[in-house]
Design a protein around this ligand. Structure first.
Ligand SMILES: *Cc1c(COP(=O)(O)O)cnc(C)c1O
Length: 229
């Protein structure tokens, strides 16, 4: 089996190559290593290989890992990328650099309330169900603008961009990534602080190169780094 360090090196090469192809700088794309279901020891291995940003999907699993003695003394940057229910918001508020999967105004309201309590500003992304698959979380693209308008008004949270999970077919995925980029462009024309709306969190192990070609600023890669789940 390939080691985590060599997988990471290979992915960084692929990111560099996709950036060259897209005429973009490598530092325009942040790699999040998605470590859900993987052990603290595996995360430590990635950290030792220079990876700093990690993505988790399940609240309790995330809290356990964040406190794990193998990791707790290092400044890892955690991203919550899973679907976040309102009643779990309290547990992650203030513990992660960014929350990617907000797909309801009511969840954003809860996040705002907790951010005010903590005296923090919390960065988040709205998840969009670009592929309109009923099995997926995310706002319907047609309701995005309205939802975002309501979110902009909420104190102590800062909408930084959009997140999606694309269809399995790579050509279809590429069209969806392009749609998400257009949706972000439209959102910017309506936003009170358009300069803060910079992030497109899109692209996973199977499709991150397509996502980079379409403007991803954050890619979320799990199995290509840590092995299959
Ligand atoms: C699991 C997961 C990923 C990583 O998926 P891989 O195919 O393993 O790279 C990315 N984003 C989200 C939201 C996930 O849940």
């Amino acid at each position: 089996m390939e080691s985590i360090a060599s997988n990471l090196a290979e992915i960084r090469e692929q990111i560099a190559s996709a950036c060259r192809k897209a005429g973009r700088r490598e530092d325009e794309v942040k790699l999040i290593a998605v470590s859900k279901t993987k052990s603290a020891a595996a995360i430590r291995e990635a950290w030792d290989a220079g990876q700093q940003e990690f993505g988790e999907s399940y609240v309790q699993e995330f809290l356990d890992k964040q406190q794990d003695p193998l990791l707790s003394s290092f400044p890892l940057e955690w991203h919550f990328i899973g679907h976040l229910q309102s009643n779990k918001v309290r547990q992650v508020a203030g513990k992660v650099a960014m929350i990617h999967g907000i797909d309801k105004v009511s969840t954003a309201e809860e996040l705002s309330k907790r951010a005010v309590q903590h005296g923090l500003t919390i960065d988040y992304l709205l998840e969009v169900n670009i592929s309109r698959e009923s099995s997926k979380y995310g706002l319907d693209p047609s309701s995005l603008l309205q939802a975002a308008q309501e979110c902009f008004a909420l104190p102590n949270i800062s909408l930084r961009g959009l997140m999606t999970i694309a269809s399995p077919d790579p050509d279809q995925a590429r069209r969806e990534f392009s749609e998400l980029r257009e949706a972000l462009d439209r959102l910017r024309t309506d936003a009170p602080e358009p300069a803060r709306l910079t992030e497109l969190s899109m692209g996973m192990s199977q499709d991150f190169e397509e996502a980079i070609l379409e403007g991803a600023t954050i890619i979320r890669v799990g199995s290509a780094i840590f092995g299959w789940r």
